[in-house]
Unconditional design. Structure first.
Length: 249
C-alpha cells in the first residue's frame, strides 16, 4: 500500500511538472511603419523573446501582418503580444476582443496602451482600465516602485528598480481607482518632475498593471533602443510572459 501511495504521489508531481513545462504558443505583432523609437524597441524585443523561447521551451512567432489578428490564426496561440502598434480595423479589434473574452492572454508594451479618447474603442478602454492622458519628454530613466512583491511577474525583483530611458505616460482616470485593476509598478515620487519639454509633475502614475477580469498585462516600457539594458527589468519581462503562458502562479 505504501508503495502504491508513493507511486501515485510521484505520478501527480510528474504530471504537475509536465504541465508547468508544456510548450505554449506566442504571437507577437509589430509594425515597421511607426515612430522610429517604437520600431527600435520591437527590433530588440523580437530576438530577446526568441532567445527566451528556446531557453524556456515555448514557441514564439513575430509578424508585421496585423490581419493575422483574426479568429482562425488566433486559435493557434495562447498569448498575443503587441510590441509597437495596436489594431486599426474593426475586424482586428473584434477578433482581439473575442480572443480575450474566450480566455486568451495579452502582453502589451508602451504604445499598445495609447488611445487618446475612450470613444475610439470603448471596450479597450474598459479592458485597459483607463485612457492615455499625457507623457514625459525626452525619454529618461525612472525609478519604479514595486506595488506587490508577491505577484509572480515581479518575484525576485527588488522593491524598486531603475528602469532605462523611456517615454513615460500618465493616465485618466487613474487605473488604480478601478476595482478590476491591480497595479504592479508605479513611478516613484522621487522622479518628479520627470521630463524637460513635456513634464510629469507628480501624482500617482501606474506603469504596469493587470485587469483581473482577463489574462492580461500592460506595461509602459517600450520606447527606444535602451529598454533591454537592465537585467532586473529583463527578468520582469520574462516573468510576465511565462505567467501569461501558465508557467507562473
Amino acid at each position: 500500500m505504501r508503495s502504491l501511495c508513493f507511486l501515485a504521489v510521484s505520478l501527480f508531481v510528474a504530471a504537475a511538472a509536465f504541465g508547468q513545462d508544456k510548450p505554449f504558443h506566442v504571437l507577437a505583432f509589430y509594425s515597421t511603419h511607426v515612430e522610429k523609437d517604437h520600431v527600435d524597441f520591437a527590433m530588440q524585443a523580437i530576438p530577446f523573446f526568441e532567445a527566451m523561447a528556446k531557453r524556456d521551451n515555448f514557441e514564439f512567432k513575430a509578424t508585421s501582418n496585423w490581419d493575422d489578428l483574426n479568429p482562425i490564426a488566433l486559435k493557434q496561440y495562447q498569448v498575443v503580444v503587441w510590441l509597437d502598434e495596436f489594431p486599426s480595423t474593426a475586424s482586428q479589434r473584434i477578433a482581439f476582443q473575442n480572443y480575450m473574452e474566450q480566455g486568451g492572454a495579452w502582453l502589451g508594451f508602451h504604445i499598445a496602451g495609447w488611445m487618446d479618447s475612450r470613444e475610439t474603442w470603448p471596450w479597450f478602454a474598459d479592458f485597459l482600465g483607463t485612457v492615455f492622458y499625457g507623457n514625459s519628454w525626452p525619454p529618461l530613466p525612472a525609478t519604479l516602485n514595486i506595488d506587490d512583491p508577491s505577484h509572480p511577474t515581479v518575484q525576485g525583483l527588488p522593491t524598486s528598480l531603475l528602469s532605462p530611458a523611456n517615454e513615460w505616460y500618465s493616465w485618466k482616470p487613474d487605473p488604480r481607482q478601478n476595482p478590476d485593476i491591480k497595479v504592479l509598478m508605479t513611478l516613484a515620487p522621487s522622479n518628479y518632475p520627470l521630463g524637460f519639454k513635456d513634464t510629469l509633475a507628480g501624482g500617482d502614475i501606474p506603469v504596469t498593471w493587470i485587469n483581473k477580469k482577463y489574462k492580461m498585462l500592460y506595461t509602459n516600457m517600450g520606447h527606444g533602443d535602451k529598454i533591454f539594458a537592465d537585467p532586473k527589468q529583463n527578468r520582469f519581462f520574462e516573468n510576465a510572459l511565462l505567467w501569461l503562458g501558465g508557467r507562473r502562479s
